[in-house]
Design a protein around this ligand. Structure first.
Ligand code: MN3
Length: 250
């Protein structure tokens, strides 16, 4: 190490030592961990890819029908992936992780916001559904839901309302917010809680519900509330628990 590097490093160490441990602890507590999604990029990290569904397209019947799943995953989600790849190709956004792209989404063209959001939201959504799940949240999620909302029923009411009241297309979310607490929010279009944009409460999503008409129209037509009621039959609470623990891990 030359003399200049030595002085620079020594100065950095001195600065680090001056930051009180209590301040560092507080910063850590005020940030929910971003939990990365797996299988959304190619192995070489250059192309985003459509992750396979973790169950058959008819597995969620009668709650979510086969044809809806085929079109939703195979056509809509695939289109987000294709358009996202087109949008980042040859730009400074190429090669970045999906989470990184979405966190700093205002630096990139709006196609990244719409299609990157679409790719992230659907990749997460498929994992949060299952034909064989429990009907109740798992241990730690259940405790956190009771602490934040008073009861599981009250949480379901608030989450369902967030989905029902979302005008036009969008999503309902259960997030771990910046204070490490659970919160229900909703976003328009393909926006999500990772995006640092005006009007979006940031956090780590642990449960998501797509309320675009393409998610339910074939079976439920205009009856979005019936689709939301059926959604509770196929929630993957084990996956929610996994994401809750990862988001709040110290
Ligand atoms: Mn959708």
């Amino acid at each position: 190490m030359d003399k200049r590097s030595f002085i620079k490093n020594a100065a950095m160490l001195a600065t680090a030592a001056m930051v009180a441990p209590s301040v560092l602890a507080e910063q850590k507590n005020n940030t929910a961990n971003i939990v990365p999604l797996e299988g959304v990029s190619a192995a070489d990290n250059t192309q985003f890819t459509l992750p396979p569904l973790p169950y058959a397209t008819d597995a969620l019947e009668p709650n979510i029908d086969k044809l809806t799943m085929e079109i939703h995953h195979g056509k809509h989600h695939q289109a987000y992936v294709n358009k996202l790849n087109e949008a980042v190709k040859g730009t400074k956004a190429e090669g970045l992780s999906l989470e990184k792209l979405l966190t700093d989404v205002d630096k990139y063209p709006v196609a990244v916001r719409n299609n990157g959001g679409g790719h992230y939201n659907h990749s997460l959504f498929w994992q949060l559904l299952t034909p064989t799940g429990e009907k109740q949240p798992s241990t730690e999620t259940a405790k956190a839901i009771t602490a934040a909302f008073g009861s599981f029923d009250e949480f379901k009411k608030q989450f369902a309302k967030a989905g029902a009241d979302r005008f036009g297309s969008g999503w309902a979310w259960l997030i771990v917010n910046a204070k490490g607490k659970l919160e229900v929010i909703s976003t328009p279009n393909q926006d999500n809680p990772l995006m640092k944009l005006k009007g979006i409460t940031n956090g780590t999503p642990i449960l998501a519900l797509d309320v675009w008409e393409h998610a339910y129209y074939l079976k439920y037509q205009n009856k979005r509330a019936d689709y939301i009621a059926a959604f509770w039959n196929v929630v993957n609470w084990a996956e929610v628990e996994k994401r809750y623990l990862a988001a709040t891990k110290k």
